[in-house]
Ligand binder design. Structure first.
Ligand SMILES: Nc1ncnc2c1ncn2[C@@H]1O[C@H](COP(=O)(O)OP(=O)(O)OP(=O)(O)O)[C@@H](O)[C@H]1O
Ligand SMILES: [Mg+2]
Length: 259
């Protein structure tokens, strides 16, 4: 579905992504692991159009999408979750979901003159969809809570919920589990698995929690120093000499060895 070919992203003389090549299979939940500074987030940002690449190519279903801006990729169903922006923290969870860019007529000024009824109908449909998403993610009991008041884990679920308001095809998740308690992490994992199985979402998941990766992801791709070291099942990755070498000297070494 996504093919990354010899991608480079340099910051001055520093090669954050340094010749990364990989393929994301449609329908997979692919894990992306690697020590801190391996270039995982930078790779995501380049694929998702947040950062322009220095060189290299990204294709989606055969189409060259290299360097396309996020909103264009968004309309193609390629989504990267973002932290809930500060200005949305005073809005409720339901309102946050209803704000996800789509094709609401209400956004166009002339519709306020010509289509009041249509706007009202659409708004109702949008609210119903938001409620469905909140229920799916098991946070419907806090639909009317302001986003600024919910826990970090619940915010992660809300970020995931934003991808469900549009017809996402492939979703990039960067450390959805960071700072989230076990119970909510399991809920997030369940939601990812259900979205994958029931709605056909493809996921690429960056995560340092190897239990989470092991439960969700096949295959797992390991990056280090800006390029791909190895790809396989988590067990294969853990047994890979180069991977073990890359994690040596980092706090994650034991995580990989013990997972
Ligand atoms: N805007 C930037 N300017 C300069 N250097 C950057 C920039 N963004 C990232 N880097 C550097 O690029 C390298 C890769 O960073 P990146 O955030 O992609 O790593 P990562 O694999 O996501 O690490 P982590 O697991 O800690 O999140 C790091 O050394 C980082 O300091
Ligand atoms: Mg990162």
């Amino acid at each position: 579905m996504i093919v990354v070919d010899d991608l480079h992203k340099h910051f001055g003389g520093f090669h954050a992504v340094d010749g990364a090549s990989l393929t994301i299979q449609e329908g997979s939940i692919t894990g992306l692991i690697g020590p801190n500074g391996a270039g995982k987030t930078t790779l995501f940002n380049v694929i998702a159009g947040v950062l322009p690449p220095t060189s290299g190519k990204v294709t989606m279903a055969g189409e060259d999408i290299t360097g396309l801006p996020p909103h264009t990729l968004f309309s193609k169903g390629l989504l990267r979750t973002f932290q809930i922006a500060h200005e949305f923290s005073s809005m409720t969870l339901r309102e946050n979901l209803m704000m996800v860019p789509g094709n609401q007529s209400g956004e166009k000024l002339w519709n306020t003159w010509f289509g009041r009824k249509r706007i009202a109908d659409e708004e109702r449909a949008l609210a119903a969809k938001a409620d469905e998403v909140l229920e799916f993610l098991t946070i419907d009991h806090i639909s009317d809570e302001r986003a600024g008041n919910i826990s970090g884990g619940q915010k992660k679920l809300l970020e995931l919920g934003r991808t469900m308001m549009v017809d996402a095809k492939i979703v990039f998740l960067d450390e959805v589990g960071a700072g989230v308690n076990r119970t909510l992490l399991n809920t997030i994992g369940d939601a990812i698995i259900r979205l994958n199985k029931e709605r056909g979402y493809t996921f690429v998941v960056i995560e340092h929690d190897m239990d989470f990766i092991g439960r969700l992801c096949d295959p797992v791709i390991c990056m280090a120093e800006g390029h791909v070291l190895a790809e396989g099942t988590l067990d294969e990755i853990k047994a890979n000499e180069q991977v073990i070498e890359a994690y040596l000297g980092t706090g994650l070494k034991n995580k990989v060895a013990n997972a």
